[in-house]
Design a binder for this molecule. Sequence first.
Ligand code: AMP
Length: 422
Amino acid sequence: MATPSYTTHAGMVDILPGDVEKWQVLEALIRDIARTFHFREIRTPILEPTGLIARGVGGTTDIVSKELFAFDRGEDAYVLRPEGTASAVRAYIQHSLHQRGGSQKVFYIGPMFRAERPQKGRQRQFHQFGAEILGSPDPLADAEIIAFMATLYQKLGITNTTLRLNSVGDPASREAYKAALRTYFAPNANLLSDISQKRLETNPMRILDSKEPEDQVLIEGAPVITNYLSEDSAKHLRQVQKHLDRLGIEYVDDPRLVRGLDYYTRTAFELTSTDLGGQDALGGGGRYDLLVEELGGPATPAVGFAAGIERLLIACQALNIRLGEEPRLDVYLVTYGDEARKWAFRHLKPLRDAGLSAAMDLSARSMKAQMKEADRENTRWTLIVGDEELQTGLFTLRDMEHSTEEKLAFPDILLRLVMPRP
Ligand code: AMP
């Protein structure tokens, strides 16, 4: 086969018929769980102002410092959104959603973009679904967000997962903790990876996130945030744990789980799976009580999660979880001759109006080729239309499943197809 002139960029993937049905099943399931939790969908633009993302995600993160797809056009700086929370918060502020009263529960599904090194489970265009509760400081909201996320994996039967839970405290306790981390790492800074040495200055909590092998020994001995939490933050975490216990959602306490951004407060969580290999995070999230204000809105406590759809699919595949069937074609009109083709083309409409999927050959191929196609498309019925049938008004309807045939006039055919015999 000739090499195609154009292919997708690295890390950008086509989702073809055959696979797309799995996506549709997952998306429908996500929407249905959102419905039962009473979260409303929000759809925001894929291009956002660069400033929003820089501020909303944080300048010291990898996402902003090296993974943004960004460009200028005229006066404006655009970025392909790398995640969904900043956009949801922007929309919340821009449209004064707090005026709708109560807390806002929103969810989203859509493509995100990060210029990462592509590998299994890590793409440059990938898809996330996520949810946010804006306006509630209550630990119940944290538990509700975690329950939403956990329900999907439960319903799908993805069981080899671990939910890790922590609190990153409030800004005061975090400053104390950062100081303790600096004091701890500083004497051995030269043993740390280059990136962690930089983070020691910019954001020492991110060192705990490091996957660099040389960092691991030092990380193991590092102080844990648990000892620096204010009484309020510690109590909040205990209450989230109790709510999760009541829901029967299992978790493990992981005092080294951090979300590196300054606006993250209190609860942090991550769901990992042993079926994913190197990129083992299915999803994660946490509380961000300071972000709405940071982005210019009214002080609004909030909590959310985001999870990857590609990784969800990898986990389903590893566990042999079947998602969706190939769609079948209800009826294929096999034609011979020009008149037959015209008749068939006209009669696709009543069949389709009756809710059936109906198709015919669009390129005047032989009957044999048409029958082959009907087979390939997993067709339930074929209807043979030729000169003779047009003259008599009786058409051969073939039941492909039971290999039986009958001759019927058109209105009867419609009836038979809509109400097949048991
Ligand atoms: P994050 O916004 O980084 O917390 O990511 C949330 C989830 O999105 C992760 O747990 C992954 O499941 C998924 N994810 C993040 N980055 C990528 C990527 N580059 N490719 C595929 N999935 C990703």
